[in-house]
Unconditional design. Structure first.
Length: 91
């Protein structure tokens, strides 16, 4: 299983998060929120001074999207525990 993350945050902010949380997987940064929203269906908020994406999570199995979670708040996000439980049943 592989884990990747992506953010529209600036590189310095993402590097702090990676360091503080001791993440061992790749994290992309400075992504274009509008382009990612268009490609994935993620909720995009452009009314603030700094446009941003709301949390979106995907579990992929080869070329198949097994599940997608779209959230506009702190509830309903794909957690590490949920991901591990879900992926145990994948081939």
């Amino acid at each position: 299983m592989e884990v990747i993350a992506a953010s529209n945050d600036f590189r310095a902010d993402v590097e702090k998060i990676v360091t503080n949380l001791k993440l061992s997987f790749p994290v992309a940064y400075e992504l274009d929120p509008a382009a990612i929203s268009e490609a994935t269906g993620a909720f995009y908020d452009c009314e603030d001074e700094e446009p941003y994406l709301h949390a979106t999570g995907f579990i992929l199995n080869e070329a198949t999207v097994e599940t997608a979670i779209y959230s506009t708040g702190s509830l309903g996000r794909l957690t590490a525990e949920d991901t591990l439980r879900y992926t145990r049943d994948l081939p």
